[in-house]
Ligand binder design. Sequence first.
Ligand code: F58
Length: 828
Amino acid sequence: MKLEDDRTALSKDALKNSFLDDLFYILGKFPALATRNDYYMALAYAVRDRMLQRWISTAAVYTRSASRTVAYMSAEFLMGPQLGNNLVNLGILDRVKQCVGELGINFDDLLQQEEEPGLGNGGLGRLAACFIDSLATLEIPAVGYGIRYEFGIFHQELIDGWQVEKTDKWLRFGNPWELVRPEWAVEVKFGGSTDAYVDEHNRLRIRWVPHKIVIGVPYDTPILGYQTNTANTLRLWRSEAPESFDFAIFNSGDYYGAVNQKVESENLSKVLYPNDEQARGKELRLEQQYFFVSCSLQDMMRILRTQKIPVEKFHEKFAVQLNDTHPAVAIAELMRLLIDDALLSWGDAWAVTCKTFAYTNHTLMPEALERWPIAMFSRVLPRLMQIIYEINAHFLEEVRIRFLNDEERIARMSLIDESGERYVRMAHLACVGSHAINGVASLHSELLKSDVLKDFYELWPRKFSNKTNGVTPRRWMVLCNPQLAELITKHIGDGWVKDLSQLKALEPLVDNAEFRARWREIKQFNKQRLAARALQRTGVNVDPNSLFDVLVKRIHEYKRQHLKVLHIVSLYHGIKSDPQLSIQPRTFIFGGKAAPGYHLAKLMIKLITAVGDVVNRDPDVRDRLKVVFLPNFNVKNGQRIYPAADLSEQISTAGKEASGTGNMKFSMNGALTIGTLDGANIEIRDEVGADNFFLFGLSTPEVYALKAQGYRPMDYYNGNQKLRDVIDLIRSGFFSRGDPELFRPLIDGLMHHDPYMLLADFQSYIDCQALVDNAYADPERWTRMSILNTARSGKFSSDRTIREYCSDIWHVEPVPIHLLTHAEAGNS
Ligand code: F58
């Protein structure tokens, strides 16, 4: 009994004992020799023991229960560091901090030691991470299925103001949070051919004779809910070569050939594609997608067998959510497993499949919709190609009957794009094989219905719904902004952490001067912390009393980081022309990665840093304006940045950003937003009130109308002196040491094409920034607005989002877990 207590108890003494025990018996070190990483690992193992007790209890209950399980399939899970989050969810953060301190170790150093698993590009991957946190917190049986990339999103460095990519070796020092489960490995087929044969029962069957087989090995990470006993699983697949496969080559004496086979198989899960748009025509990417999808569905089949549930009831056990189209090949794969392996009829298999899947779309950019060349698809996945053709034949028959041979419509809707080179359209496959389709913010869902997926909406209007994104308040408030969390809890209790709508109770406190003062003090503290960090990382000294104006997200033309630059240059030009110009001192903070092959995005980074180099050095302005680009924006850095922001920049062209989630993190942490009517900005503004939001720019209908009437950016340039000054200054080479060529691709692009209409929105943006200045000049007014932003951000908890998915799409119920003792676990 004693032993059990020590390994799982949450008391200070027990935790301290475990920590030292793990240092001795897992790391094999004693304090005099222990490195900071040894201490981090020892603490992680001590925490993991507490989690494993919950994990085992959860597994025991789930194995016994027939309850429906959510399988969240995503090619990306941008988890961020685990230690702090697990401590928050276990409710022992402060206690552990104290313990570690008493042992003479700096707790923050240990948190810093963790290499974050950056297994995602941006919003989509981070959303998956927030969702699995909420699923566990709401006690919903769920598994996250994905890929255990050996290299996550690249590490960004800035050299001479240019982005340079370094590999992300996140597994270098080991990963204490995962457990490998080789006993549940599965085989995945690739390439080769198919043939038809008649089996011993006289049935016509298809055999897939692959060119290669790869083994998928599951690596499991426990995902703890906040103050619950639920610990769900994130199951990520790593690819390995099958041992037997090498034999033939080995025997022929081709040792290198055999080893190469192994290397090739392991390549599959080697690296995350760093594009935040479609990786066009990359065969390895298609192989990655099929690999994790096939592994995951086979895993679900194994679970059905264990629980003695017939495959006909697959959909009763599992609700599979497709996080965009990257896992959409799952629709064809489940059909293959049901038909070829489980011998269901086409009709029965199709009914099960459609009741299993639901699809979330995350983009409105037509060029970002995934499609695979037919030639490649057939070569890599010959059996799946056949199944997709068959699905298409059945589907087009339905369209034909419904719309009476409307051939244009049929061509538009077909799963196969035949307008030129032939492609498989993954979004169409996802729509056809799912019973539910959703967008991620209200405007986005409307635009899916009226534009991107219009034909599908006309065919199946009831499949469509909106699920506005959310973020987890555990990581994005409690963990990253502990002082604010404490202040809130002091005034309204701690119920808000699980029910964010309770933040509403803060509203009356805007009239409490003491509360406002403390609110400001906390923001100031967070700003000082970020300023210290900025100095350390960039050498730029920023003033924590200046307005922190922050733009952090992937670098993309549609997100318009260069519009922000135009604003900075206009202020710079303004001060140079009139040194008495009255403006609020501002620090412009940028962060974000550019896809390595996206040249214009990389040039945007160079433009930001080049403007920064001039502005930060110029004695006429440097006390009023500062520009910093914080390298390597990731979850860990985000946790320092959001709480320190005064102003959140959400300035995409209306109709382009599906939702955004950074916008929510800022607002929750008391930053005010300057933004367009795009994505979830609209809903944020609806919630916080128009008075507490800085709105500018064209609306989506205005953008469409302007485009339709023939947009001529030159007209804006010619008609606006200020805009001309700004463009001309950049174009002259002033920020590029006299080289007028450097930024020409960007500037010429704006003057002659400007697909994202920066010039059309320029004046409105500048005017709106003047209103921001005014508001910031009155600290009491600003603080009121800041408090109201937090108080009214309750809607943007991912708990709310997940509740909606549960009731409208997945039809799943909570399954509470009680903690098992050793003895009970042994008997179950
Ligand atoms: C993002 N998409 C949307 N894609 O841009 C953003 O508006 C939304 O808030 C977020 O999803 C969550 O819904 C996004 O991050 C990717 O990173 C993909 C990675 C794989 C290739 C295609 C893009």
